[in-house]
Ligand binder design. Structure first.
Ligand code: SF4
Length: 405
């Protein structure tokens, strides 16, 4: 680990703080002249902050919204530099997980998320037909293909308000999907809407590694995004997931017309959950024709990079996932995302109902950038004892992990 000394041209006492937070400027002094500006690399370890609890890279859930705002507002290159430093304190920066997301039940959703093509509220405008829950075997074979192509996490999404809206037969089929795919040695994640504590427990017993339930945006902006549920409902489901011993996947969507304070509000919510989510997807809105947000311009890659960097600094050990909307990003854009701390992508040509990057292009990008695929079940550093969903690692997963290493 190198120490990066930031030098300042001013003379006398330099009172600057870095990152706009309580982080001290690492100005390097020689006699009375603070020598400025360009980063210098030394072989000394990164020095400890005078306030260890608030030092760069410290794990805490006590962030104030103002602190998160100050991080978010840092000049972009400085922000990326800081985030890259934190990333290296807690993660192997070359390791990026490749995940696959499959829609196991498409369309016909009773919820009213304005960004989503699967809501039945605007099915006439989107033309998306509701489909039935996929067969177990079909889903299993999709997971086998994903595993064989190097994906180590398989995520299944159902367009439901929650499992409570479906009968026992469908619910048991989903539990069977979880168990069988877990037997492939993959991490298994589902996103099925709102869960009761009992449903979370059943998923846990089936072997689920993680449950995705995004907060989407800030509490203040949430009512502009959906009218069919409340922010508290989202938090309640995350609480049920955590208490069941499943690792938490929660992030948001950028580019839904929200302001920067809403982005800060979202990241603040995530960073102040009782434990940081093990997984934080950062999505760029993919505006789908026929949805209420169809005319939203896509967020810029730099907006996404800023959010990723802020997530990395405020949740140093979480897996930050560069998720939907990546298709609009150049390879250089994505390189900056990885530099800012993103350590996962979704691969495969579809993300639920929207297009995604070609797998071969991603493999080329990994080669060019010197990235390696993160193996399944590499222990998650965040989230305390529930980090791996508390599940026993199957023997064959051990084998896969060793092979990937
Ligand atoms: S985001 Fe999920 S809950 Fe909302 S409408 Fe789409 S499928 Fe339904």
């Amino acid at each position: 680990m190198f120490r990066i000394a930031r030098l300042c041209l001013s003379t006398g006492s330099c009172s600057e703080t870095s990152l706009g937070t309580a982080l001290p400027c690492r100005a390097l002094w020689t006699s009375s002249v603070c020598q400025h500006a360009e980063p210098a690399v030394s072989d000394q370890p990164i020095e400890a902050s005078t306030s260890p609890a608030h030092a760069l890279g410290a794990i805490r859930t006590t962030w104030t919204r103002e602190e998160v705002h100050q991080v978010y507002d840092t000049p972009l290159l400085e922000l990326v530099f800081r985030a890259a430093t934190v990333h290296r304190m807690h993660n192997d920066p070359r390791m990026v997980q490749r995940c696959t997301l499959l829609s196991i039940k498409t369309g016909g959703c009773p919820e009213t998320c304005t960004y989503c093509s699967q809501s039945s509220s605007w099915r006439k405008e989107t033309g998306l037909k509701a489909e039935k829950l996929m067969d177990l075997e079909e889903v299993y074979q999709a997971a086998v293909r994903a595993r064989d192509s190097g994906s180590t996490r398989f995520c299944m999404g159902a367009a439901w308000r929650g499992p409570s809206q479906v009968g026992k037969g469908q619910w048991n089929r989903v539990l069977d999907m979880v168990s069988r795919i877990r037997g492939l040695g993959m991490e298994v994640c589902t996103t099925l809407g709102m869960l009761t504590p009992e449903q979370a427990k059943q998923l846990r017993e089936a072997g689920l590694t993680a449950y995705n339930h995004n907060l989407d945006t800030s509490p203040e902006y949430y009512s502009k995004i959906t009218s069919s549920r409340k922010y508290e409902d989202r938090l309640d489901t995350l609480d049920s997931v955590r208490k069941a011993g499943i690792s938490v996947c929660a992030g948001g969507i950028i580019g839904m017309g929200e302001g920067s304070m809403d982005r800060v509000g979202l990241l603040h919510q995530l960073a102040t959950l009782p434990e940081h989510p093990e997984s934080v997807p950062i999505n760029a809105l993919v505006a789908v024709k026929g949805t209420p947000l169809q005319d939203q311009a896509p967020p810029s890659a730099l907006d996404i990079i800023r959010c990723i960097a802020t997530a990395r600094i405020t949740m140093p050990r979480s897996v930050v996932r560069l998720s939907a909307g990546r298709l609009n990003f150049s390879r250089s854009d994505q390189a900056l995302c990885f530099m800012a701390g993103a350590n996962s992508i979704f691969d495969g040509d579809k993300l639920l109902t929207t297009p995604n990057n070609e797998r071969n292009e991603d493999l080329e990008m990994f080669e060019t950038l010197g990235l390696r695929s993160r193996p399944a079940f590499l222990p998650y550093a965040s989230g305390g004892e529930t980090s791996n969903g508390g599940c026993t690692l199957p023997e064959e997963a051990h084998g896969l992990q060793q092979a990937a290493l």
